[in-house]
Design a protein around this ligand. Sequence first.
Ligand SMILES: Cc1cc2nc3c(=O)[nH]c(=O)nc-3n(C[C@H](O)[C@H](O)[C@H](O)COP(=O)(O)OP(=O)(O)OC[C@H]3O[C@@H](n4cnc5c(N)ncnc54)[C@H](O)[C@@H]3O)c2cc1C
Length: 426
Amino acid sequence: MATARPLDEAGVAGVVRRAAERGHTVRPVGGGHGFSDLAVTDGVHLDTSVFSGITAVSSDGRGGHATVRVRAGTTIGDLQEALDDRGLALRVPLDLRGPTVGGALAVGAHGSAPDGGSLSEAVLGMRLVDGRGRVRDVPRADLDAARTGLGALGVVLDVELAVVPAVPVRVTRSSRSVDEVLDPGFWDAHDLAEAALFPSAPTAVARWADVDPADPEPEEADEEEDEPREARERTVGVTSAGATGRTALGGAVVVERAVPRLAPSLNRVASRLARTVSATGAGYRVLSDPPAVRYEQTEWALPREALADGLRALLTALADGLETGLPVRMRLGAAESGWLHPAHGRATGWVAVRVPRGTDPGPALARAAEVLRAHEGRPHWGTRHDFTAVDVARAYPRLPDFRRVRDDYDPDRVFTNPALARLLDD
Ligand SMILES: Cc1cc2nc3c(=O)[nH]c(=O)nc-3n(C[C@H](O)[C@H](O)[C@H](O)COP(=O)(O)OP(=O)(O)OC[C@H]3O[C@@H](n4cnc5c(N)ncnc54)[C@H](O)[C@@H]3O)c2cc1C
């Protein structure tokens, strides 16, 4: 295995051409944050980190949107900060820092807006190096293949993204009953909404956010109930700096610091004690919820109408001896146009199960996959899953179109690896 770090587009094209001539394969690599083995190769790892930054901004782009052109190696953290500096933002903030634009697009990375799409959905144009080493502007007809391309069509160089004016959002975190957060009335009422649910608890920690252009006090956190903070921290045996700090309102941060061994009782206590906390500021900052522990994750996109039943079934299954110590995360997204995006063609409820590193993730992740598949789930490509080409063919009606575009962009399968072959090959 070799790593190539070309410094310009001609260098990328050269790496791909040389690999093709020698019969080697190439995998573009972004931040390397994926939980799946999509970026793994015994061929050439093509490091895209040099290709960073916003290269153009247009305030009167197509469809009345502002647009930016951003290079694919830009990290999502840098992108959101650079947009903020220009008074712009992603329509749906992403709770990601290290992953890159190219990696996030390849796997369909998403935030949590009931009516908003993933980063892939914001793509208006794309340039890439294809499997023959040619730099290509992806035409409109191929864009729905490329916007969530799994790294199967080429090395993405840069993309044009629709963005929105930056306005402050007010985010609130509070405990709610499981019934409440599973009711469409909860998420339909907000621009952004999500919840953390605990298999053994009747309450969930909900977070929601709404655009708040009138708020004059950016990034002020206030606590709306006056239970002593220290008492709460002592009771659950964890720190909660992230939950009440200047910028972050971590939806699940309290229990994310819990010791897995104590998880069931902590889950019950922590969810009961979660207080109402609000903050206002740039969406990507006030929604930031950095993980306190490293974990393995499987996440599935369920049709919105199957979300409540699927989540209830999952919580019941995990409560039966498979609690992981980390809450199950529920998020929402609009139907996507990307042919291989897990939310393709259907309003979606995302369900993520996480297992802390150091614990065998196998049993909980396998049980989660079994339950969520049974509710028409499609896996997030950047997380752990067991989908095969047979499953993809059943779940994705536009797979034949994707294959046709792939045959055009990468006829010799320079960009393949075992994980892609398992998903895409006949
Ligand atoms: C702590 C943590 C939090 C997360 N939170 C979220 C979340 O909130 N929402 C969510 O949806 N996901 C989340 N994820 C998963 C995340 O979306 C993916 O791990 C991430 O987007 C992958 O980006 P990356 O740059 O690390 O890509 P890599 O892991 O390096 O690669 C992933 C795929 O992208 C391809 N790729 C990378 N760059 C390019 C390029 N230039 N051109 C073509 N293909 C390319 C690779 O070949 C591979 O197939 C989280 C992951 C972690 C570790």
